[in-house]
Design a protein around this ligand. Structure first.
Ligand code: AMP
Length: 590
């Protein structure tokens, strides 16, 4: 396929925010693609060159793009800048300048363009800024105006076609089957590898059978198994029977991949891309390999395996007293700079509770009992520690263990069914979290996505925010729906922090994939995840979470901000509408 034809599809996709139309367009596009290019098309459609977990970024700031445009079309930089201010979008600037100055319309295949952009991305080190600018400008010179529009948006990360991963999976299914029926099979392969390019390529070359055979790969993150909620120990024992009970460590999830003898992919270190033997992924599957050198080193030197994938929770501790630190401290380790110093000040331990791959074998189908037993055999060091655990079917023992952990300052426990496989990306009753219980109150926090802010009156306007409009994820429809307005209870500092974090996501029009009847003063791209505590869930005519036709939706009563979670949760990892409905029905059972 030619890049200019791909650009025509992008243009059509840009013109709609309706998910069905997007799926339809995308499935037409896929049907025109060959197995050799479909992976690249899947990445480019989401504004990327590689799966999202690869640290491969083109890395061009607006100033660099401005220079590339100036050079390509022979216009002074300040004029290019002025046009950008006028049009408010670099893609439009590129298209306009191209139309005015350029009558070339050379054809490039999608693969050629992908390759050139990849070269730009892999150019690092001394002189790389100049090389990137001239490579982009050489390309811009030769293409038509639509291609130019997207060639500029991809490096800037402003594609924003609103195509989430579920839409890509639906479109693949539609392209081959005419409906969504193949989505579960595709999703299973995706959950194991998180790589839409790999899934689409395998599907195109090997069909459904090929997709069914997709296995876990060391270096490609597995979507983590998630926990369900139950209100109290008795309901856990009634529903699950004999279980493993572990402390719920309050740190962040780490999935550690390693192969002691060969490279398993790239990592960034001091701005350079390097081959690596260890990769560490966060819960939202971001590559954090360079941030936690002590965990990486311990995986390579202490774990008794040549290659493995481990799942666990990392917590920082005080190096003097050995005491574990609260989440707010631990989360300071998710930083890109001063890593050596912060590893000294806030060293990490990771409690390992699962092993998903060992010595060439995919262990996802084995039972938790077997996987956990292996952890006990191969993990043993001061840095990587097998998670604490009891096995019981007694409500009393579970209550005591929970009380003990709460006493020790932990959030609660995670209870796991012993005879179940690892179900990547699923939230089900194989794993259940149990926290301190207060009858009648919502006993857990909800992870919300910010959808906008509403300007207030009075003092708060100094900071530009009055209240926040927050929502949750509707997995079925792949959209974000409103659940609450958070106003009171935020400190001035929190308001400032929110303003700072959200500035670059502010939009004047409702972003794609957002569904809200409340119109905030400023919309926000659904990117920022916050943890919210509330008194209860109520039915609400104004919010769109769980709203069907004229029936009311759901809302949080007295919501308040507990933490920012964007570091470890993607917007799609926020609480889902289904979870809200199940929390609603659980809350007064006691
Ligand atoms: P939540 O994020 O509230 O849904 O709780 C699930 C999270 O608890 C997991 O994603 C882990 O990061 C964390 N966690 C802490 N301890 C454990 C454990 N022993 N087993 C599984 N998950 C744990």
């Amino acid at each position: 396929m030619e890049f200019r034809d791909l650009s025509k599809y992008f243009e059509k996709m840009e013109a709609t925010t309706k998910r069905l139309e997007l799926t339809d367009l995308l499935s037409q596009l896929f049907n025109e693609s060959t197995p050799d290019e479909i992976d690249k098309i899947a990445y480019l459609t989401q504004g990327r060159l590689a799966p999202f977990y690869e640290p491969i970024e083109i890395g061009m700031a607006e100033k660099m793009v401005e220079q590339a445009l100036s050079r390509a079309y022979g216009i002074e930089r300040d004029q290019v800048g002025a046009l950008a201010t006028k049009l408010g979008d670099w893609g439009k600037v590129a298209a306009e300048l191209n139309q005015k100055s350029n009558f070339k319309n050379q054809s490039f295949s999608v693969e050629e363009v992908h390759n050139k952009l990849l070269e730009i991305a892999l150019t690092t080190g001394a002189g790389s800024v100049e090389k990137k600018i001239s490579a982009l400008s050489d390309l811009l010179k030769l293409v038509d105006y639509l291609s130019a529009r997207y060639l500029v948006r991809i490096p800037l990360g402003t594609m924003r076609l609103g195509i989430g991963d579920p839409t890509v999976l639906d479109a693949l299914s539609h392209a081959k089957a005419g409906d969504k029926s193949l989505r579960p099979i595709l999703e299973e392969a995706y959950n194991k590898t998180s790589d839409l390019g790999l899934v689409s390529k395998t599907f195109w070359s090997g069909g459904v059978d090929g997709v069914k055979k997709v296995k876990v790969v060391v270096g490609k993150p597995i979507r983590p198994q998630l926990t369900e909620r139950l209100p109290d120990p008795k309901s856990v024992v009634d529903k699950l029977g004999e279980v493993a009970v572990e402390p719920k460590y309050d740190g962040f999830r780490v999935q550690i991949h390693f192969n002691k003898h060969k490279s398993i992919g790239f990592m960034t270190s001091d701005g350079e891309l390097k081959e690596t033997n260890v990769k560490i992924f966060s819960r939202n599957l971001e590559d954090m390999s360079h941030m936690f050198p002590e965990l990486a080193a311990s995986a390579l030197s202490d774990v008794k395996a040549e290659e493995a994938i481990l799942d666990g929770e990392a917590i920082a501790y005080n190096p003097l007293s050995g005491e574990f630190l609260p989440f707010q401290e631990t989360t300071k380790r998710r930083r890109k700079h001063n890593i050596a110093q912060s590893a000294k000040d806030l060293p990490l331990k990771a409690f390992i509770f699962d092993c998903l791959y060992y010595q060439g074998e995919d262990l996802m189908g084995k039972t938790y009992r077997e996987r956990r037993a292996l952890v006990g055999q191969i993990v043993k060091s001061d840095t990587l520690v097998p998670a604490d655990q009891i096995i019981t079917s007694s409500t009393k023992e579970l209550e005591d263990f929970l009380a003990d952990k709460i006493q020790a300052g932990l959030e609660g426990v995670v209870v796991k069914k012993l005879d179940t496989p690892y179900q990547a990306g699923s939230r089900n009753f194989n794993w259940v979290k149990l926290k301190r219980h207060n009858a009648g109150e919502l006993n857990d926090t909800v992870d919300c996505v910010l959808l906008g802010y509403i300007f207030g009156t009075g003092k708060r306007t100094d900071f530009g925010v009055g209240a926040l409009l927050a929502g949750v994820y509707d997995k079925e429809k792949d959209e974000f729906v409103s659940l609450c307005k958070i106003g009171t209870g935020l400190t001035d500092e929190e308001f400032r922090e929110i303003r700072k974090r959200s500035e670059r996501f502010a939009r004047t029009n409702k972003p794609a994939r957002v569904n809200s009847n409340i119109v905030p003063s400023v919309w926000l791209e659904p990117k920022i995840v916050i943890e919210v505590l509330a008194d209860e869930i109520t039915r609400s005519p104004v919010h769109t979470a769980g709203k069907i036709a004229d029936e009311p939706g759901y809302a949080l009563r007295f919501p308040r901000l507990v933490n920012f979670r964007s570091d470890d949760k993607r917007p799609e990892d926020a609480t889902t509408v289904d979870e809200i409905i199940s929390l609603y029905s659980q809350q007064y059972k006691k």
